[in-house]
Design a protein. Structure first.
Length: 252
């Protein structure tokens, strides 16, 4: 005798109204707490916004430029006025700055200590643009119209700027007065050409020998035979040097 299988009707779970109400109340409580936290965070962010700052260590023109940059960054609320963030933005936007240190004084003040990048030479790049070069051999910005700086001009490829500056500063360290008369530092296929005033000129070898030869030429120029004259000195060869009388007016 066969028996037909019958499906049982699924048992329906009954949700207690009390449980539903409890879930709604808990959700509302969590949402209220989140709103309170957001409101408190917004209030704190606004309450600690930067209202004033003081800049030290740079000329007035650069101080004004820093003021303008900070004003352009408004609003300087807590989220946008972290000292490290402001430092990066100032260094990126103002190439004349060498370093910036920023400290935060609660609730709303910044103390800024900055130093100015000092150019030691001018570099004429392949496009003919004249750029300022600092003591690390970094060309950091073009020369502005009407900006007159009495600095040596580097006429060298980009990959030789750093070495040229290092040698030039060695000359400055040894004889600042002679460095002040240096007008051009030129790269040539077989060495460096240094043009001074009154037609004086030095020819140095490239490579490691250049730094040593600078010292040797400086010592040579102290000899009584050469001390008071204007000379064209060629010390590219290791065994034989040449000293000739310079032609006045031959170099500008």
């Amino acid at each position: 005798m066969s028996q037909t299988n019958r499906r049982r009707a699924p048992t329906r779970s009954v949700v207690s109204p009390r449980r539903v109400l409890f879930g709604l109340l808990r959700g509302m409580a969590l949402a209220s707490v989140a709103c309170l936290l957001l409101a408190a965070g917004w209030w704190l962010n606004q309450a600690l916004a930067v209202q004033s700052w003081q800049v030290h260590g740079v000329p007035e023109a650069l101080e004004t430029a820093i003021d303008k940059q900070l004003n352009d960054m408004q609003p300087l609320d807590l989220a946008h006025a972290w000292p490290s963030l402001l430092r990066s933005r100032l260094l990126d936007s103002l190439p004349d700055l060498a370093e910036v240190n920023i400290s935060r004084h609660l609730p709303d003040r910044l103390e800024i200590s900055a130093s100015m990048r000092m150019p030691v030479a001018l570099w004429s790049d392949t496009s003919g643009t004249v750029q300022l070069v600092d003591g690390h051999g970094l060309a950091y910005r073009p020369l502005k119209p009407g900006e007159g700086l009495d600095l040596p001009v580097l006429r060298v490829p980009a990959d030789e700027v750093k070495q040229s500056v290092a040698l030039m500063l060695r000359l400055k360290q040894m004889d600042d007065a002679r460095y002040a008369t240096l007008s051009e530092w030129i790269a040539e296929p077989d060495g460096w050409k240094l043009n001074f005033d009154r037609g004086r000129c030095w020819l140095l070898p490239k490579g490691d020998g250049a730094a040593e030869r600078i010292g040797q030429v400086m010592a040579l120029m102290q000899d009584h035979r050469w001390k008071d004259g204007d000379w064209r000195v060629d010390v590219r060869a290791s065994t034989r040097w040449f000293i000739r009388k310079s032609k006045l007016g031959g170099m500008v």
